[in-house]
Ligand binder design. Structure first.
Ligand code: ATP
Ligand code: MG
Length: 245
């Protein structure tokens, strides 16, 4: 399978704090890649290094056949990478519709993005109910849906999601992941997913990486990682409990 994103020998740091060392990953075209790891492992930093926000990085990053490392973050977005950051980044005082418009701000194809807005309301009907209301009135799950919809309004080729399930009830998480799976298959949209819920992530993903202290320690097809003893112990609970799950 060809890769839409390849990261090679990436090092990233905040001022004097080195966080990522020699990280190499691939996101398959139209696939879903999961990034697992404990708190502080460097998952958020890896997404920031790809979209060139807040962190200094060196290494080779190729997206859709073109080198993108060293480019400003707006160029990365225009190249087709949409980043849903941790904490969502919703403008809570703006309406849902205004938030969606902001997602499309760099697009010139007005007719197409208006159609996309209608599609977002099909994917996430709750957003339609709140379209003229401040986004801050919505629940956490609805705000996460808005963050994803806003990123999709960029009409990206790849979506990067930083812990979309964080703080949400299991039923809402399931809904959000069902939609992500649908978008992934329907639109052939590639996804790079950071997720604490390893069993959910490995259920959906094509391939996965485990980051430990800023390095990739385990990688492979998601179904292989599901059976890997080290992954079971550290991220899927105790082996005896999960062996027959
Ligand atoms: N803006 C920042 N300035 C300085 N250090 C930072 C900054 N953001 C993160 N770090 C440090 O970088 C390291 C990696 O953090 P990062 O947020 O990438 O981890 P993570 O895997 O996303 O963790 P979590 O699961 O808690 O979200 C940590 O030691 C963290 O304290
Ligand atoms: Mg993080």
């Amino acid at each position: 399978m060809t890769s839409i994103l390849t990261v090679r020998n990436l090092y990233a740091s905040y001022r004097s704090l080195a966080v990522l060392s020699d990280v190499s990953i691939d996101v398959p075209q139209g696939g879903m890649t999961a990034l697992l790891g404990a708190n502080g492992a460097g998952k958020t930093t890896l997404l920031r290094a790809i979209s060139q926000v807040m962190v200094r990085a060196t290494g080779e990053i190729t997206f859709d056949g073109r080198r993108i490392d060293g480019q400003p973050c707006d160029a990365i977005a225009r190249a087709g990478i949409a980043h849903v950051p941790d904490g969502r980044g919703t403008f809570t005082e703006l309406t849902v519709e205004e938030n969606l418009c902001l997602g499309a701000i760099s697009r010139r194809d007005k007719a197409a993005w208006q159609q996309d807005m209608v599609r977002m309301y099909d994917y996430f009907p709750r957003l339609h109910a709140y379209r003229r209301k401040p986004a801050g009135l919505m629940s956490g799950g609805e705000q996460q849906m808005l963050a994803i919809a806003r990123a999709l309004m960029l009409s990206p080729r790849m979506l990067m999601l930083d812990e979309p399930s964080f703080g949400l009830a299991p039923m809402i998480v399931r809904q959000i992941f069902d939609i992500l799976r649908q978008i992934n298959t329907e639109r052939q949209l590639s996804i790079l997913l950071v997720e604490q819920n390893a069993s959910l992530a490995l259920e959906l993903a094509t391939n996965a990486y485990v980051l430990e202290s800023g390095r990739v320690t385990i990688s492979g097809p998601a179904n292989v990682l599901r059976g890997d003893e080290r992954v079971r112990r550290a991220y899927l609970g105790h082996p005896e409990e999960t062996a027959h799950a």
